[in-house]
Design a protein around this ligand. Structure first.
Ligand SMILES: [Zn+2]
Length: 163
C-alpha cells in the first residue's frame, strides 16, 4: 500500500514499538505453536483476514500495529507532515476494524486483539499468558453442554420392580 511517509518518518513512527528482530505476529504465532495451539494464518475468507484463526477455539486473533490501528497507548508519534491525512486514514482503519470485529462476532467467533506494544520484551510473557488463559476460558465456554443424567425415575422404577 502506498503511503506518504518518508522512510525517516516511518522509522520514527515505528522505532519505538517494533521489537528487535522478531515481528509481533511471529512472536504470537511461535508461542502458540510451542504451547500446542494449532491454527490457520491470514484467513482471507473471513472479515478482515484475521492473522490467526483457531478453529477449535472459535477464535480469531488480530495482532495490531499501534500506529496503523490507532492504539491510544502513546507508543508512536504522529507524523508532523500531512497530519490531517494520517488522522483521517487511521480513523478509517479503526472504523473498518470495528466493522470486521462485529461481523466476526456475529459469525460466532471470539475476537482477540493483541497490540504491538503489549509484545515488547518487558510485557511479552504477561501478554501471552493472558492470551493463553483467555483461550482456555473460551474453550470451557464453547464446550459447555448441559449434562444429561439418567433419569432418576427410571432408576427408581427399575429398583421398584425388584422382587
Ligand atoms: Zn499500543
Amino acid at each position: 500500500m502506498a503511503d506518504k511517509m518518508t522512510p525517516l518518518q516511518r522509522h520514527r513512527c515505528m522505532s519505538n514499538i517494533h521489537s528487535r528482530g522478531t515481528k509481533p505476529e511471529l512472536i504470537v504465532r511461535n508461542w502458540l505453536w510451542r504451547h500446542g495451539y494449532r491454527y490457520r494464518l491470514n484467513v482471507k475468507s473471513l472479515p478482515g483476514s484475521p492473522d490467526i484463526v483457531l478453529r477449535r477455539y472459535s477464535s480469531v486473533i488480530f495482532i495490531n500495529g499501534c500506529f496503523w490501528h490507532g492504539h491510544d497507548c502513546g507508543k508512536f508519534k504522529w507524523p508532523q507532515t500531512n497530519a490531517e491525512f494520517w488522522r483521517a486514514k487511521i480513523e478509517r482503519n479503526k472504523t473498518r476494524d470495528r466493522r470486521n470485529y462485529k461481523a466476526l462476532h456475529d459469525m460466532g467467533y471470539y475476537v482477540l486483539e493483541v497490540w504491538e506494544c503489549q509484545l515488547i520484551q518487558s510485557k511479552r510473557v504477561q501478554t501471552l499468558q493472558a492470551l493463553d488463559r483467555r483461550l482456555s476460558q473460551i474453550l470451557l465456554e464453547i464446550n459447555h453442554r448441559p449434562i444429561e443424567y439418567c433419569s432418576s425415575t427410571e432408576i427408581g422404577t427399575a429398583l421398584a420392580a425388584e422382587p
